[in-house]
Write a protein that binds this ligand. Sequence first.
Ligand code: ZN
Length: 129
Amino acid sequence: MKLSEAIRLGSTLMPQCACQLHLYRDGVKKASCALGAAIDAMGSEYAHIFDKPHYKNFKVIAPKEWIFDTKVSCPGCALEDSFYRIVAHLNDKHNLTRESIADWVEICEMEDEINRAPVQPEVAVVELA
Ligand SMILES: [Zn+2]
């Protein structure tokens, strides 16, 4: 499952919250941000646990080098930061719905696939005599 798909699926489970992965009330998970929704959709058995001090127990489902090390620009204000921080920024600062964030993530995923695709040989037009 791609990150965009996980955000969309997880967003169907509970309302959206901001500034935290999940909102708990009386010990019960009541809401999720975009990344929290992705975590919920995947379940911990599919999650990668990254060895980052701040996110030692943060479970997400995108490749580490992509979500932490790739710099992207916010589509709303052009702020540049790592991918996961921009996802959180769109959720927390621009108040985008998780579905809208998933749409943007999907575009990034498609661009990433294009960039990693093998280079196609150039096609030449040959005029026949
Ligand atoms: Zn922004």
